[in-house]
Design a protein around this ligand. Structure first.
Ligand code: M6R
Length: 608
């Protein structure tokens, strides 16, 4: 996730900006830059890579004279990590500089309009649109200019803006992207989050959507979207720095679980255009999609589990067979793949060695390849013919949570897209799916409102020896993901099993004290899973049921029930996994495990 820092005071700005950017490093980034006002001229220095490169380029900030400035660490979303795509961005006349965190949804439309007015673009970013738009809207007063810009942009943003006309002033604003402000005796500061500002104050102003702040040395003024002055209350921070880095959460995993509604919103935003799904840069013709004989999904770990769900989604809409395969198996088994098949590689990091090798194998055999990845500019993103970013933001915890659920939603978008392009998905069915997709972020939010019952459940079961997750159909896929989540961070033995397979062997493991978690989200398979739960219950298992439909029969059978919100059965895996992520998280905490860095595991598996 990008990081913003800003300073308006009496000291040299650049060293202060560099120090703030260092504190924001944990958010993840691929490039960094600063803009400092110097004698009425804006000096921008930026480069791809680590902050050390920017520090070296600017002689640790000493070569950038000036006491008002903005800094940025970039996590690429639009355009690969590169010097020219790094922030800050200049307006055409170089009188304004902008840093941005978030995604401007209507940037393409704005870009085309600005190009017609004669603006030329140096980068592939959505942010540069804002810089030119500031110049276009310039009315001589930076607050009112920014207010005009806000009427024209859609999406999520935290912005920092400098203007040569008001060289002592730094203006910032936010919508759906965090921004905090503070001051000390001599200066004002902005940042994407609290840790970067703790060296200066513990009294923060937390910016709300569409509030604008203007910092000048010794003064902070707040305005609403119409540029009218407003008052803001101070929020006093009493956490320590390490907790603050995690946004007040004890672990990155918990923070990332809570980030899911926002991450899911980012995944869908700008991809739903009217009653159709569209992806920038991808244009599969109807005749090409129509002639496809099948689809392969290749991935590892949780991304493979997302693929298992994706199979149901794509087979429903495209009505062609979908093969889902673990990448390390696919790459060595002489797969039957040709140019009439689409191969989708799914990966959070985009660097997983087996997935990359499987993608290369598929390309070698003539298939068209599509990468669904989170990290912009990663190897998979570069090597696949086409790429769809999940836009989940950086994921730091080894156990993936928001990375996984955004993959599910991206796969559903792909499913609707392929169904529409092939003509096999009726418009009414597409409308229903699109409506359900749009509702997912809010439903995910509702699944996070009251987590105390899950925490208490984990407290009752944290010393379980074996945990079995069972389900049928799409719930079998979710069972495998829930099981992986638990075992990788708690070190408790667990299996995700197709409920109908229990009687073919695994049921012999069930005895007094076994914990069986049944997923029952698919109406047509519900009775079958209830029967399977009854079978384990009579053999002494404790039963937890995860369902969106409670009834007397299930309540009588299950020892505990986790209720999840209702949605389209194809989308319910996004919601059913959330309480199970939390269950795994608290079991890991109660066992005293290293939640974010479980033993023997790496975040990105770049070796075979
Ligand atoms: O970066 P990728 O999505 O390609 O990673 C694949 C797996 O290594 C990953 O999902 C792994 O299984 C996670 N630790 C699960 O939480």
């Amino acid at each position: 996730m990008c990081g913003i820092i800003g300073y308006a005071g009496a000291k040299q700005a650049a060293p202060i900006l560099l120090k703030g950017l260092e504190t924001l490093e944990y958010r993840g980034y691929d490039s960094a830059g600063m803009a400092v006002m110097s004698d009425g001229v804006i000096n921008i220095q930026k480069c791809r890579g680590r902050l050390a490169a920017l520090a070296e380029k600017t002689d640790h900030g000493q070569s950038m004279q000036g006491s008002v400035g903005i800094g940025h660490t970039r996590w690429a979303t639009h355009g690969e990590p590169s010097d020219k795509n790094s922030h800050p961005h200049f307006s055409q006349n170089e009188q304004f500089a902008v840093v941005h965190n978030g995604i401007i949804e209507n940037y393409q439309e704005l870009k085309e309009r600005l190009e017609r007015y004669g603006y030329t673009f140096q980068s592939e970013t959505d942010t540069e649109v804002i810089a030119h738009l500031v110049e276009y809207c310039d009315c001589g007063d930076l607050i009112r200019t920014v207010s005009k810009v806000l009427q024209r942009i859609e999406g999520s943003y935290a912005l920092g803006v400098l203007s040569t006309r008001e060289p002592e002033c730094l203006v910032a604003v936010r919508k759906d992207s965090p921004l905090v402000v503070c001051r000390d005796d001599e200066a004002g500061y902005i940042a994407s989050d609290i840790p970067a500002l703790l060296p200066y104050s513990r009294d923060m102003y937390l910016m709300e959507d569409n509030e604008i702040v203007a910092l000048t040395p010794g003064k902070i003024n707040f305005y609403n979207i119409d540029a009218r002055p407003i008052e803001k209350e101070i929020y006093h921070v009493d956490w320590d720095v390490s907790a603050a880095e995690k946004g007040g959460y004890e672990h990155f995993m918990l923070k990332e679980i809570y980030e899911q509604p926002q991450a899911l919103q980012s995944t869908i935003q700008s991809r739903i255009r009217g009653d159709r799904i569209q992806f920038d840069g991808i244009d599969y013709t109807s005749s090409w999609v129509e002639q496809l004989t099948g689809v392969h999904i290749i991935a590892c770990g949780s991304a493979y589990h997302a693929g298992l769900v994706g199979r149901y989604m794509i087979e429903t809409t495209l009505q062609r067979p979908v093969n889902v395969e673990i990448a390390s198996e696919f790459r060595y088994r002489n797969p039957i793949v040709d140019e009439r098949q689409l191969v989708i590689a799914v990966s959070q990091s985009g660097e997983t060695a087996d997935t990359l090798a499987a993608l290369r194998e598929a390309k070698r055999r003539g298939a068209r390849t599509l990468a669904i990845v989170n990290v912009v500019g990663s190897s998979l993103a570069r090597e696949a013919h086409d790429v769809i970013y999940t836009w989940a933001g950086p994921e730091i915890s080894v156990a993936t949570t928001k990375g996984y659920t955004t993959q599910l939603l991206a796969l559903e978008l792909v499913a609707v897209y392929l169904g529409q392009q092939s003509g096999r998905l009726s418009q009414s069915a597409a409308d229903a799916l699109i409506e359900a997709i749009c509702a997912v972020p809010e439903l995910a939010q509702s699944a996070l409102v009251d987590i105390a019952p899950i925490q208490q459940m984990a407290a009752r079961h944290f010393n379980a020896k074996d945990v079995f997750y069972i389900g049928r159909g799409i719930d079998y896929a979710s069972s495998q993901e829930a099981s992986l989540k638990l075992k990788e961070i708690s070190y408790i033995h667990s299996e995700g099993i197709a409920a109908g397979e229990l009687k073919h062997g695994t049921i012999s493991l069930i005895e007094d004290g076994s914990l069986v978690i049944g997923l029952l989200t698919q109406p047509k398979l519900r009775e079958k899973v209830i029967s399977n739960l009854a079978e384990v219950k009579t053999r002494g298992a404790t039963v937890i049921a995860v369902t969106s439909m409670e009834d007397a029969k299930l309540n009588a059978l299950a020892d505990e029930v986790i209720l999840i919100p209702e949605t389209n059965p194809l989308l319910i895996p996004v919601l059913s996994v959330i309480p199970l992520q939390l269950f795994a998280y608290y079991i890991s905490v109660y066992n005293g495990r290293d939640v974010d860095k479980p033993r023997n595991l790496a975040k990105s598996v770049t070796v075979e």
